[in-house]
Design a protein around this ligand. Structure first.
Ligand SMILES: NC(=O)c1ccc[n+]([C@@H]2O[C@H](COP(=O)([O-])OP(=O)(O)OC[C@H]3O[C@@H](n4cnc5c(N)ncnc54)[C@H](O)[C@@H]3O)[C@@H](O)[C@H]2O)c1
Ligand SMILES: [Zn+2]
Length: 343
């Protein structure tokens, strides 16, 4: 299937030292906050029963917004960017997720993405993805919208209704042409390995054995540019050369899909938002993280699900922090609305 992607520029930014050292310096001096808060002392609710009764007290026209991040898929076995296992062969993953990195060393960036594709294809949606998918069904399109920064496709595989899921940063199983003048795009490519040159990224090892690809001391396979995946559309139109294909994800410095963002804004400004769920995200990537403040301004109680206490900074007494695994916490939070997951 061939479609267009991005039109107007909405830049993806990260508050990482490697990308914007001025921002990183600021975030070092004053800890990053999800929300602006005048409260000096941290006071927020951590009671699951209290949150359950909040949900059960909401009227039929109430609206819930969710922002999900890599932590939602952590217990499905997919590493996050920040936290344990965050480095990839001594590379900060956010430094590989850039158009500049791809231009400089497409084989390295492709190996990184080929390995993440392999992991995503092997992974199964967890009870957190399933609970959100059920909540979407129960609340309907006007009552629940889920924004995900994840590119692993696990929410889709958990049966999350597509109209209520905005994959802000694309999908790792999408391939697109790296040439700005070509709009070739291919969805749901599940080939693994994607091509023979990337076979090292699709190799499984027994759990007690180290994975050579992840060991920075083991040299990477030598991959010629010609052996990386190339665009079939460019090839058809030019006898001499064709551009490389690249993963269909949004890299740092690139634009998010403007139609998708428009849809999100339209949904947000349709009325008040009662609850804003912030699930498994460090909330350090914009514009995604900015939706939390927007929901707060529309009256939302914010509920953060993240084992890292830093994720609760800025929450007020009306808000919630649940410091556990999203795969366990979400089914408990929504049980009154969606029943028991897995039964
Ligand atoms: N699965 C994926 O698709 C995937 C994986 C890694 C990174 N990314 C990309 O990384 C970028 C970084 O943003 P991010 O905030 O999503 O990820 P992140 O790596 O910056 O942060 C992950 C957050 O999840 C929390 N976390 C870890 N385990 C958890 C668990 N079991 N339950 C709940 N929370 C848990 C961590 O404390 C951390 O705050 C995004 O652009 C995203 O596209 C996606
Ligand atoms: Zn092309």
């Amino acid at each position: 299937m061939i479609t267009h992607s991005v039109r107007h520029p909405v830049l993806l930014r990260a508050t990482t030292p490697s990308l914007r050292h001025i921002t990183a310096l600021r975030s070092c001096r004053q800890p990053r906050r999800l929300l602006p808060s005048s409260a000096r002392t941290m006071s927020y609710n951590t009671s699951i029963p209290a949150f359950q009764s909040l949900l059960s007290s909401l009227g039929p026209n109430s609206r819930i917004l969710a922002l999900c991040g890599a932590g939602l898929s952590a217990s499905s076995g997919l590493p996050t960017f920040r936290g344990a296992g965050g480095l990839w062969r001594n590379h900060d993953p956010t430094s590989l997720a850039t158009p500049e990195a791809f231009a400089a060393d497409p084989a390295l960036v492709w190996l990184f993405y080929a390995w993440r594709r392999h992991m995503a294809l092997k992974a199964e949606p967890n009870d957190g993805h399933k609970a959100l998918a059920k909540l979407a069904e129960v609340k309907g399109a006007s009552g629940f919208m889920c924004l995900t920064q994840n590119v692993d496709g696990l929410s889709q595989r958990a049966g999350h209704p597509a109209a209520q899921l905005k994959p802000l940063h694309g999908n790792i199983l999408t391939l697109k042409c790296s040439s700005p003048s070509c709009n070739y795009i291919e969805h749901q490519n599940t080939d693994d390995p994607l091509c023979p040159a990337l076979a090292a990224a699709a190799q499984d090892y027994p759990p007690d054995q180290p994975i050579p690809l992840l060991d920075a001391a083991t040299p990477l396979p030598e991959i010629k540019r010609a052996d990386l995946p190339h665009c079939p559309a460019c090839k058809a139109s030019s006898a001499s050369s064709s551009s490389l294909l690249r993963p269909g994800v949004v890299w740092f410095g690139e634009s998010l899909d403007s139609d998708m963002l428009m849809g999100v804004e339209n949904w947000i400004y349709r009325g008040p938002i009662e609850v804003m769920l912030v699930i498994g995200t460090a909330a350090a990537v914009y514009p995604a993280a900015g939706y939390v403040r927007k929901a707060k301004r529309r009256g939302a109680v914010v509920a953060v699900v993240n084992p890292d206490p830093a994720a609760a900074e800025g929450l007020g007494p009306e808000d919630f922090w649940f410091g556990g695994d999203a795969a366990e916490v979400l089914p408990a939070l929504f049980e009154g609305l969606v029943g028991r997951i897995g039964e």
